[in-house]
Design a protein around this ligand. Sequence first.
Ligand code: ADP
Ligand code: MG
Length: 398
Amino acid sequence: MNIHEYQAKELFAEYGVPVSKGVAVQSEDAFNEALNQFPEGGTIVVKSQIHAGGRGKGTFVDGFQGGVKLASTKDEARDFASKMLNNTLVTHQTGPAGRKVQTIYFTEAESIDHEYYLAILMDRETSQPVIIASTEGGVDIEEVAANTPEKITKVYVDSALGLQPYQLRAIGFGLRLSRSTFKEMTQALQGLYNLFWEKDASMVEVNPLIVTEDGKVIALDAKVGFDDNALFRHSDIVELRDLNEEDEKEIEASKFSLNYIALDGNIACLVNGAGLAMSTMDIIKHFGGEPANFLDVGGGANADQVTAAFKIILSDSNVQGILVNIFGGIMKCDIIAEGIIEAAKNVKITVPLVIRLEGTNVEIGKKLLDESGLDLVSADSLADAAEKIVNLVKEKQA
Ligand code: ADP
Ligand code: MG
């Protein structure tokens, strides 16, 4: 689960990480009251709140430039905000469709002396938190990593020991901090690490973390993601969830405990088990197709879940074919067959459907499908199934 910058900054403040003063608003009516909280004459930064980065360099669909703007007067701030609110912002992280801006964050402008990059992530290789810091903040960290990797300091934290003072110093030296900012910066770092650890975050990224002209350390941007599997013990974090930022189909899938991720292709897959789902996607690609989603109905799905899965798949207008690939173990093939038949009663299946069933109760499952009168193609193996659906979709397009 991800949260907005303004929410992340509230958490930063709780953990003693310095942030600028700011106010978030969701409607134009609230602009004036929000702006009244800022002193006259100061520069105000107007920031679009979406769950994607690269906002500063982004462009709105109507041509308005920049999802982060510096306003020198309150009138200008109001003007920028009304151009951003309910407009759709496209950045290199949103994809071409962009994201609708439904919250604006007004915040005080800081005079920047230097922009640093800081992130804390869970490193999958070592199963440890890793802190990534760089003197080159504000820009694309991927570019820094590719061209000047020596400008990046990485510190791996032993989860049992926690972040150690010598590790904080190593980062401070890596960032070539002056004596005067060293302590403030390491305190901020410790706060960010505590937040990462205590809230079961999967990512904390501050780009840029700045030192101001008068030597203060401030987090100017904030991106925090949480481990969904640990959300049950953080009700305060769950409250920060913004459903506007999530794919409707994914929200629906989560209600039925289905593992569903929308993708860009046109062949929908309905599979049991994450491993099988991935091989199914691979083999669709092998035969020249593109998967429309990852969907794992799990080991013990019931007919309701299968029906829900089918509805979600069919609500995606990109879908031009469906491949059902079930290896019956705990999940019985007849349950899948019942789910498909039930779904077909509720939603008209207008695209080619290829079904491969194998394993427990496969004969009952096949019989149910045969007798249902549904227009489907059965397949005998994974390769056979993938080849059939890819060809059917191509024929339909031709
Ligand atoms: P994004 O990474 O999505 O583009 P940021 O919050 O990092 O958004 O803002 C982009 C840039 O705008 C920053 O790198 C910084 O240079 C500038 N900026 C953002 N907030 C402030 C602020 N409060 N004061 C001054 N400059 C800011
Ligand atoms: Mg940023």
